[in-house]
Ligand binder design. Structure first.
Ligand code: UDX
Length: 437
């Protein structure tokens, strides 16, 4: 099939490459010339494991191209909308400017029978509104919503082997012709038994926001337990292991630490609350305000613990922050708790050096006032305290004996609770975890 993917960010670039991998002929469209020329040269404009290799592989088949010209959508039968829906400036709601513009700009290039499939995370009601606009000029074009659940760092495998496919269509009928068209797009994952759920449009939109809200709640729940463990002298990692063995609870997403960040969870729970307010159902989601507040408190807590670790004052203390990305295997620093903590420490008088295997370029654009160092070894030199804030494998593998040779004071705050505390203490370090005695 010939497919258009509009928006070539973290979602669209991966989706375009994966659709070509599934055998389709794909054109990726983005307004950003820099992104389009990087992708055309088989180089992803961001770090995502496996994506460069996949781009190269599918471009060699001639099935994948990129363009800044919306007219290249002409001739495709399926058009995926993958543009961003960031948080509005100064408000909790989602900014739908890009989704609206992509749909409007696409309209002149559609033919009867074409399918527009939204993948962006949108407030419930958006798909029906867009379907109304599309129907006015293109009554024979179908609109579907097919939310994407990929995780950064695992985006390629999550797209090629999704754990479920959700198709939203007005009326929610399995018999709709558009459902059969989307089945052809996803023929390969469907053949391997991927569950497929056909729903109406608002349910499909809500599946995505509900899933992200649940994940955020799980993380804030365990972080609230970490606060209690700190107060009671208990160990939150053991607590998570023990409650996680109950398969109704499960151990995944129960890692207490500095909290969640990134381009999705924080803005999605806020947009969800804002939308619930518009729908007159705000009470249903007031708990998400607490989820957000617990998450933000983690950052303040780490700054306070760092102060304690430094003997009561941050002034002039040389602090090395290990990790800037919001999570490992990503160079994404959007709402990164690690970077926000680094900036706070610097504001409060510490001399902060930040290191990260992939995210320094993005970090420096967001917080140019911080000092960045590529080499972990150099970053460790003469540090008065280390803060491990993103759990990259290379930081998990740090040897406490070797590391102590570089630093000026052997103190470490493990913001992700991933180090073996007894091993670090045995090597002479003052070790602090979060919610661990
Ligand atoms: C998330 C959803 O997982 C994905 O399904 C959706 O499509 C987009 O949003 P992503 O933003 O890539 O994906 O990151 P995710 O792996 O969910 O992690 C989010 C944040 O939670 C990270 O900052 C991570 O460090 C943090 N986290 C995760 C914890 O603090 N503890 C955990 O146990 C798990």
């Amino acid at each position: 099939m010939r497919i258009t993917v509009i928006g070539c960010g973290y979602l669209g670039a991966v989706h375009a490459a994966c659709m070509a991998k599934l055998g389709h002929e794909v054109v990726g469209i983005d307004v950003d010339e820099r992104k389009v020329s990087a992708l055309s040269a088989a180089s992803a404009p961001f770090f995502e494991p496996g994506l460069d290799a996949l781009l190269k592989e599918v471009q060699e088949t001639g099935r994948l191209s990129f363009s800044t010209d919306m007219a290249s959508a002409k001739g495709s039968s399926v058009h995926f909308i993958c543009v961003g829906t960031p948080q509005k400036k100064g408000e909790n709601g989602a900014d739908l400017t890009y989704v609206d513009a992509a749909t409007r700009d696409l309209l002149p290039y559609l033919s009867p029978g074409d399918l527009i499939v939204g993948k962006s995370t949108v407030p419930v009601g958006t798909a029906a509104r867009l379907a109304g606009i599309i129907e006015q000029t293109q009554p024979a074009v179908h609109t579907m919503w097919n939310p994407e659940f990929l995780r950064e760092g695992h985006a390629v495998s999550d797209t090629l082997h999704p754990d479920r496919l959700v198709y939203g269509i007005a009326g929610g009928s399995e018999e709709h012709i558009a459902v059969q068209v989307l089945d052809r797009v996803y023929a390969t994952p469907l053949e391997t038994g991927t569950p497929r759920l056909v729903t109406d449009l608002p349910t499909a939109e809500l599946v995505k926001t509900a899933a992200n809200s649940f994940l955020a709640t799980k993380i804030s729940f365990i972080n609230a337990m970490a606060e209690l463990c700190d107060a009671a002298g208990a160990d939150v990692t053991m607590l998570a292991d023990a409650i996680g063995l109950d398969d109704r609870i499960g151990r995944k997403f129960l890692n207490a630490g500095i909290g969640f960040g990134g381009g999705c969870l924080p803005k999605d729970i806020r947009a969800f609350m804002a939308r619930a307010g518009e729908l007159g159902a705000d009470q249903a989601l007031t708990f998400l305000r607490e989820v957000d507040a617990i998450n933000m408190r983690r950052r303040t807590r780490v700054v306070e613990l760092a102060r304690e670790l430094c003997g009561g004052s941050l002034l002039g203390q040389r602090i090395t922050v290990l990790g800037a990305a919001f999570k490992p295997e990503s160079d994404d620093v959007r709402d990164s708790p690690a970077l926000s903590i680094a900036a706070q420490l610097q504001l409060q008088g510490a001399v902060v050096t930040v290191t990260d295997p992939k995210a320094l370029h993005n970090a420096a654009r967001r917080f140019p006032e911080l000092h960045y160092e590529e080499s972990t070894e150099v970053a460790l030199q003469r540090a008065d305290a280390l803060l491990l804030l993103t759990e990259w494998q290379e930081y998990r593998d740090l040897d406490p004996y070797e590391a102590s040779a570089f630093v000026s004071s052997s103190k470490i705050l493990d913001g992700r609770n991933i180090l073996d505390a007894s091993k670090w203490r045995a090597a002479g370090w003052t070790y602090r975890g979060l919610g661990r005695p």
